[in-house]
Design a protein around this ligand. Structure first.
Ligand SMILES: *[C@@H]1O[C@H](CO)[C@@H](O)[C@H](O)[C@H]1NC(C)=O
Ligand SMILES: *[C@@H]1O[C@H](CO)[C@@H](O)[C@H](O)[C@H]1NC(C)=O
Ligand SMILES: *[C@@H]1O[C@H](CO)[C@@H](O)[C@H](O)[C@H]1NC(C)=O
Ligand SMILES: *[C@@H]1O[C@H](CO)[C@@H](O)[C@H](O)[C@H]1NC(C)=O
Ligand SMILES: *[C@@H]1O[C@H](CO)[C@@H](O)[C@H](O)[C@H]1NC(C)=O
Ligand SMILES: *[C@@H]1O[C@H](CO)[C@@H](O)[C@H](O)[C@H]1NC(C)=O
Length: 608
């Protein structure tokens, strides 16, 4: 995590109330002033976000008390900026506040962080975040009438409560996203509470908000996970591909300078520094908007908006058109004689420029695919430059690029074919089986979550014209969720290997995973009996949930039976139905010895 250390030296610039430059323009158009003002106005929300993300167990009462402390601090510092405590960085102030609140660190298990200082403490709070929030109660759902009553009576506290509940369940999502979500929710409450059909109105408004939150959380978690596992270079390659695709007109020098700001933003936002995150994102957007002529013709309207809409607007605008004279190939990388020299003297620079040139020319490809191609190029150079005639060797690079892309394309086509052929239920079971085979150690909830993620990716993408990029990008986010943000998960050796070895080829690695066989299996008759009793218990349970759990157990306990055998068992148990009738001869599912009922050694051999 060395990269986080580098940012220490700019910290003193970013205390909560400090204004970066005395505004020379009218105040409301000066971007620094606007950001500053925005942070001041949102101090309560930002405090809630930081506290609820760092210490997810904290109660709302505790949060409200901390918000009061923070508001006092802000007012004190606004009245007199020269007070010594006012030069502290906001993130430090918030962590100090958590640590000095009597009983709070002990109660919520953060004493070990509070006993540390500086970067160690910041990282400790970061590592304390837990992506899986099953230990929290389900998101509270209020009756719409009650909701509106609460909103009318005390809109401030009501919105704070909402922010708290959302933030603690999404500990890695960046603060600008949460502020946008809060604004959208407030808008929904204002509109819906005036209507007759409140429930319908809330439902309609909530869907896009939830969708936006989930998508942002998943993307940001995956990128932060890449930063944590693979370091700043990986982050830079991802952003090179993403920004070159989106802004193919930008020059390489301009891109490099922009990406400097983007990297700072990720350093801040991934660590969970909510105030820095806002500032650095705003800096990125100012950078983009101030160079619109060189970057994109499509963001003019976005750049006229205010925070936080401006950032979202820019992120969601369409790709800029490719310059007309941009040929599909840049000869510099495959036809020039000097490539090996440059590889020796400046490999990272060469590869970054390659990613840039390839991405802006192939902006219909997914981000992971562009990184795969860069890796293929890197490996090819390594190989060719040790040969007698390097230029003759790397001249054929494009074949290799196409080969890689075709493999990835085939994978996506296969996935979309399944989507076309299978019904929703069957598709989810397919992915449930796939994930359970690869990672039987995961909980049922997580397995269901992952298979839903795949299903959503396919449902979103498989009819689009840019089907490939869409599926490949979204499916990679599902794996990002699986691999974890702030931890190197230990699930099983094969899965851990796929998560840690190679960011670009992660999807391919998972695609080739075999069933995990390190999992201990009981005897066949014990399995059938356990499956039967699992099926027969909990009659009131939702049928779909029951089916999913049953399937997961089936795969966990019998990972290597064939798809037909699994389907046969599944069908027999489903047929036995809700009433838990006797399951008819489950042993006969193991063909061809269909009549060989009870031949345990036979069936047991097949499982292994
Ligand atoms: C602001 O704080 C400084 C440092 O504590 C103090 O010297 C100064 O008198 C204060 N100014 C006002 C206006 O209170
Ligand atoms: C705090 O951590 C200890 C051990 O690490 C654990 O036993 C305990 O349940 C945790 N308490 C809370 C409130 O999470
Ligand atoms: C609460 O409602 C009042 C009156 O409608 C409004 O002035 C105030 O800005 C609202 N507060 C928040 C936090 O939305
Ligand atoms: C690689 O694929 C692209 C796009 O499909 C095609 O235009 C190009 O001719 C291919 N190059 C080679 C060397 O096969
Ligand atoms: C995870 O692994 C990477 C690479 O091996 C390492 O740099 C990082 O510190 C590890 N992270 C944690 C939380 O252990
Ligand atoms: C069970 O199958 C094995 C292997 O095919 C065979 O050797 C054995 O005789 C069978 N046992 C019975 C009781 O049918």
């Amino acid at each position: 995590m060395k990269h986080i250390k580098f940012i220490g030296f700019i910290f003193f610039l970013f205390s909560l109330t400090e204004s970066l430059a005395l505004p020379t323009k009218p105040q409301d158009v000066d971007p620094f002033y606007a950001t500053h003002k925005f942070i001041e106005e949102n101090t309560a929300y930002l405090t809630i976000i930081a506290v609820a993300q760092y210490v997810q167990e904290v109660s709302f009462d505790e949060v409200e008390m901390l918000v009061k402390v923070m508001m006092d601090y802000r007012d004190r510092c606004l009245a007199n900026r020269t007070l010594p405590e006012c030069s502290k960085i906001a993130n430090e102030v918030i962590q100090d506040m958590i640590c000095t609140t009597e009983g709070l660190p002990q109660k919520h298990n953060v004493s070990h962080c509070c006993s540390k200082a500086n970067i160690e403490r910041r990282l400790c709070f970061f590592y304390n975040k837990k992506a899986k929030t099953g230990f929290l109660p389900p998101f509270p759902t209020l009756d719409p009438e009650e909701k509106c009553e609460a909103y009318k009576n005390n809109n401030g506290s009501f919105l704070n409560l909402y922010m708290y509940e959302v933030a603690r369940r999404n500990p890695f999502v960046f603060s600008p996203v949460l502020l946008t979500v809060a604004a959208q929710f407030e808008e929904a409450a204002t509109t819906c509470c005036e209507q007759q059909e409140k429930a319908i109105c809330f439902q309609a408004k909530a869907a896009p908000i939830t969708q936006y939150l989930k998508a942002s959380s998943s993307y940001q978690g995956t990128v932060c996970g890449a930063l944590m596992k693979f370091g700043p270079k990986a982050l830079n390659s991802i952003n090179t591909a993403v920004f070159s695709k989106k802004f193919p007109k930008i020059g390489f020098q301009d891109l490099t300078s922009l990406l400097g700001d983007v990297s700072t933003m990720y350093d801040m936002c991934c660590e969970g520094d909510v105030v820095h995150c806002i500032r650095s994102q705003s800096q990125v957007m100012n950078h983009i908007c101030s160079k619109q002529d060189f970057i994109s013709s499509k963001i003019k309207e976005c750049c006229e908006k205010k925070m936080p809409e401006r950032g979202d607007c820019i992120i969601n605008t369409n790709k800029e058109d490719k310059p007309e004279d941009l040929s599909p190939r840049e000869p510099k990388f495959t036809d020039s004689k000097n490539v090996c020299q440059e590889q020796d003297s400046n490999l990272d620079g060469l590869l970054n420029e390659f990613t840039y040139e390839y991405s802006r020319r192939h902006n219909h490809l997914s981000t992971p695919e562009l990184l795969r191609i860069t890796e293929v190029y890197k490996d090819l150079l390594e190989d060719c430059c040790s040969k007698e005639n390097p230029a003759g060797c790397y001249r054929h690079a494009e074949d290799k690029f196409n080969e890689t892309t075709e493999k990835s394309l085939a994978m996506v086509q296969q996935e979309c074919k399944l989507f076309q052929e299978l019904e929703k239920d069957a598709l989810q079971l397919h992915y449930l089986v796939k994930f359970t085979k690869a990672a039987p150690q995961l909980s049922l909830e997580e397995l269901i979550y992952l298979s839903k993620g795949m299903m959503e990716a396919l449902t979103t993408c498989c009819t689009l014209s840019e089907e490939f990029a869409c599926v490949d990008d979204l499916a990679d986010l599902v794996l990002g969720d699986l691999c974890g943000v702030n931890e190197n998960r230990t699930i099983n050796p094969a899965v851990d290997h796929c998560c840690r070895t190679d960011f670009a080829f992660r999807r391919h690695c998972f695609e080739h995973l075999q069933a995990d066989t390190t999992y201990e299996l009981p005897s066949f008759s014990a399995l059938i009996s356990a499956l039967r009793s699992d099926w027969c218990q909990a009659h009131k349970e939702d049928l779909q949930n029951k089916k999913h759990r049953f399937m997961v157990n089936l795969v966990k306990w019998m990972p290597e039976i064939t798809a037909e055998e699994r389907q046969c068992l599944f069908t027999k148990f489903i047929a036995a139905g809700e009433k838990c009738d006797q399951v008819q001869e489950p042993e006969t599912c193991f063909r061809p010895e269909a009549s060989n009922i009870g031949n345990e050694s036979e069936a047991a051999n097949k499982k292994r």
